[in-house]
Design a protein around this ligand. Structure first.
Ligand SMILES: [Zn+2]
Length: 226
C-alpha cells in the first residue's frame, strides 16, 4: 500500500509516531494503542517528507568486482585512477596524474595484487587521517588521544570514551570534503559521546552541510572497495 519499504514497529515507549529513513528503509515507531486509520493518515501526511529523504539515497551504487587488471578504475581521495600493471623486480605502487601504477613480479596472483594494493591504501589512509585529525583538532580545539586505521565492515569511524579514534581505511577513497566530515564527526565525539540533538547541532556548527556527506557515504559505500 505504500510505494516505499516500510517497517512499522509498535512500542510502549512512545506517545507519538516517529519516522526514520535509513539506507532506503522507512522505520516507523508507533505507540502500541494507536489505531490503524489514524496511523495511515499520519503516514500519508508524512509521505512527501519520506519520498524526499528516500530520493536522496535511492540510487545506491552497486559494488564492482575487481579483476586487478590494467585499465580498471580505482579511487583515491575522490579522484579516479586507472590501474596500470607493470612487471619489475620489486613490488612498488605509484600514484600519478591518471594512473595508479603497480609494479609486480611475473606470475603474481590476483589476491597478492589485492593485498599489495590494500597495504598501500591502508598506509596512505593512516598517514592522511593522522594529519587531518591533528589539523582539525587544533582548528576546533578538540582533544583526542590517538588515531588508528582499521578494517571495518560497516562503519567509517569510531571514538572511544577515552578519545581514541579509529577510522575505516576505505574512507581514503572518498573526496577530501567527505573525509573531513568523518574526521570532524569522530572528533566531535571527544566532546559529546552520543548522537543526541546536542551532538548534531555541534557538528553542524563546525561542518557546513552534514546531510551531504551522510547521503554521499550511503550512496557510494559499495564502490569504496578495492
Ligand atoms: Zn557517531
Amino acid at each position: 500500500m505504500y510505494n516505499f519499504n516500510i517497517n512499522i514497529k509498535k512500542t510502549d515507549r512512545k506517545k507519538t509516531v516517529s519516522f526514520q529513513v535509513e539506507r532506503g528503509l522507512v522505520k516507523v515507531l508507533v505507540p502500541r494503542h494507536l489505531d490503524k486509520i489514524k496511523l495511515n493518515k499520519i503516514i500519508k501526511s508524512k509521505s512527501k517528507w519520506i519520498k524526499n529523504k528516500l530520493s536522496k539515497v535511492d540510487e545506491i551504487l552497486p559494488s564492482r568486482k575487481k579483476d586487478y587488471v590494467s585499465g580498471e578504475d580505482f579511487m583515491y581521495l575522490g579522484k579516479h585512477y586507472k590501474l596500470k600493471i607493470v612487471k619489475g623486480k620489486k613490488y612498488n605502487i605509484k600514484l600519478s596524474d591518471k594512473y595508479l601504477t603497480i609494479t609486480i613480479k611475473s606470475h603474481t596472483k590476483d589476491d597478492k595484487i589485492k593485498r599489495i594494493l590494500k597495504n598501500w591504501y591502508f598506509e596512505s589512509a593512516d598517514k592522511y587521517l593522522k594529519e587531518t585529525t591533528s589539523e582539525l583538532s587544533l582548528k576546533h580545539d578538540l582533544d583526542f588521544k590517538s588515531v588508528k586505521v582499521r578494517n571495518y565492515r560497516s562503519r567509517w569511524g569510531s571514538c572511544s570514551s577515552m578519545g581514541s579514534i579509529f577510522y575505516n581505511w576505505k574512507i581514503i577513497m572518498a573526496p577530501k570534503k567527505i573525509i573531513r566530515y568523518v574526521v570532524l564527526h569522530e572528533l566531535a565525539h571527544t566532546k559529546i559521546h552520543n548522537h543526541s540533538p546536542k551532538f548534531w547541532s555541534y557538528l553542524k556548527s563546525i561542518y557546513e552541510d552534514i546531510e551531504y556527506p551522510k547521503t554521499w557515504l550511503i550512496k557510494h559505500k559499495n564502490i569504496l572497495e578495492i
